[in-house]
Ligand binder design. Sequence first.
Ligand code: NAP
Ligand code: ZN
Ligand code: ZN
Length: 345
Amino acid sequence: MKIKGYAAQNAKSPLAPFSFDRRDVRPNDVLIEILFSGICHSDIHQARDEWGGSIFPMVPGHEILGRVKEVGSSVKNFKVGDIAGVGCLVDSCRVCGSCKESLQQYCETGMVGTYNGKEKDGAITYGGYSTHIVVDEIFTLHIPKNLDPAGAAPLLCAGITTYSPLKFVGVSKGHKVGVLGLGGLGHMAVKIAASFGADVTVLSGSKSKADDAKKLGANHFALTSDSADTAKLANHFDFILDTVAAKHDLNQALGWLKREGTLIMVGASHQPLDLGVFGLIMKRRKIMGSLIGGIRETQEMLDHCGKHNITSDIELIQASQINEAYERMIHGKVKYRFVIDAKSF
Ligand code: NAP
Ligand code: ZN
Ligand code: ZN
């Protein structure tokens, strides 16, 4: 099947129109006509080969929402016309300990990424900056009907990446949660942490985001460059979720945690971050990382967002604006997720 999309031809080229083939629908596959595709900062890291090992040409996109157009003969859980989603992974070994626990993102032989990955047969995966995608139904998600489809697309990465660690550490009423960086992930973290009952503080480098932070559901805002703001935060938080996409000061954030507080890293700067161990030692603090979320938990997150009517605050763009969107994201100027209208591919 011939598909239209947008691709980066190499780490330096801007994204441009690109045609490619998708496989025919197999017995367990669904064919999805893409309606909306979110732009994640991971798309930028990979399209510019910042993490290394990128495969070109690359069609990024792992926040995919669309309508089922065709189902394979063995498909049980989807029918033509359903609104369906695809996130960051489209396959895994399915037999290792992690896969058996539906933690496919931690598959011991490596998950198959929705793009910039290799299927088991060696085929390169192409992502959501395109008109259609073919995915095994096991890796396809149901989208709650009450959610606005364009705003729901970013739940497939930004939503699950923030929901999963907040759930894992048990965030609930009474916890003080800091969200470092108010971009795509950060604004979803605010909404989700607030829905869990936490007292949420946005920790941002952008003064212009202060009013929005409250509108998104945060109780407090602190400008990370303002010493009067940050002085009040010493030993304050149970958890800080760090979503910053570039090199930044971890030690400052550690100092804002209570004794035994946890700094959770989801932001994926390609540059190593400096860690002074005394910030951990003196207060028995912890630091952990978290990668997206497994399929079962992604469906749980979508159902939670359906129940609480949580979607992303988006700016809908045309495919021709992708490169401009990347530049704005690199400068922290997105409010708060770009979503591409797939009709424009
Ligand atoms: P984004 O929308 O671009 O937001 C990143 C935010 O970080 C910015 O809005 C900005 O917020 C803050 N920031 C501070 N200094 C920055 C700098 N020098 N450069 C860029 N941002 C800076 O990005 P995103 O899509 O939320 O992704 C955030 C990070 O998470 C990326 O590294 C991405 O690859 C990673 N990620 C990880 C996972 C995972 O599974 N762990 C999944 C998805 C994405 P303020 O203006 O408020 O300071
Ligand atoms: Zn992502
Ligand atoms: Zn596995």
